[in-house]
Design a protein around this ligand. Structure first.
Ligand code: F6R
Length: 244
């Protein structure tokens, strides 16, 4: 696992954007796994800037988002589909048919999860999965548990995960759906590269547990320690508790 520490959150996010732009230059047909949340906003901003300067071409790329809330339609302002449209899809030359986010509104969330997983497999799996880390160590919405789902599945969100998404649901934690469809740990770990981007001092303790602690399903991000090509990009604040 390679760990790179940047002085600022913006520097860390931009470094991931530049890395992705370089990878797209080398291999324009990349299949990318993408996160939502606070952390990647600056990364998407930089990708849009690079695209406008002709330095990031998405025309042949395919994207699969990590997760979506159950019961939330793609056009709901709190949906992750809308987040991606606002922060990336509307401003780069991705083919809309090649952008994938689980449909939170599907009549059967379980069938939707299976369909999504099959779609990832049909695309040949992920070349690069970009992930964030939740305060409890989750990746995607794979919450700490004694066992973790391997494939895309319907998961129950921990209260802390619902709380941190309240802003998109009028500030009310109760309005945040209790379940999500999340790419499974097996699917994420099968990506040829995994990039974890984490910034801010509130992530310092969980980053320490994930990177310096034992590999355990109780800290799902710790499973990245076993990935042959995991790159962890941090700012100084998120890295401040690391011991080595
Ligand atoms: C979102 C996702 C989550 C977030 C994590 C960190 O698609 O998969 O695992 O990456 O909750 O969120 P922020 O960046 O808001 O701290």
């Amino acid at each position: 696992m390679q760990i790179v520490i940047h002085p600022t959150a913006r520097g860390a996010a931009e470094a991931v954007a530049w890395f992705l732009a370089d990878c797209l230059y080398e291999d324009p047909g990349l299949v990318l796994g993408l996160p939502t949340g606070r952390t990647p906003v600056a990364m998407y901003r930089e990708l849009v800037r690079l695209h406008r300067r002709g330095r990031a071409d998405f025309s042949r790329a395919t994207t699969f988002n990590l997760d979506e809330f159950v019961g939330v339609a793609p056009d709901h302002p709190g949906s992750y589909r809308q987040f991606m449209t606002r922060h990336l899809f509307a401003d780069v030359n991705l083919d809309p048919t090649q952008t994938h986010v689980p449909n939170g509104d599907a009549p059967s969330p379980r069938a939707e999860a299976a369909r999504y997983d099959a779609e990832i497999a049909a695309a040949g799996g992920l070349d690069i999965a970009v992930v964030g880390i939740g305060a409890n160590g989750h990746i995607g919405f794979n919450e700490p548990a004694r066992t973790l789902p391997s494939h895309t599945s319907v998961v129950r969100l921990k209260p802390s995960s619902r709380r941190s998404n309240a802003k998109s649901f009028g500030g009310s934690t109760r309005r945040v759906p209790a379940r999500a469809i999340s790419m499974g740990m097996g699917t994420i770990l099968s990506a040829r590269h995994v990039i974890l981007l984490a910034t801010g001092s509130e992530k310092a303790e969980i980053v320490r547990k994930a990177l310096n602690g034992p590999i355990t399903t109780m800290v799902p991000a710790s499973l990245l320690q076993g990935h042959p090509k995991a790159l962890v990009v941090l700012d100084r604040a998120a890295a401040r508790r690391l011991t080595s």
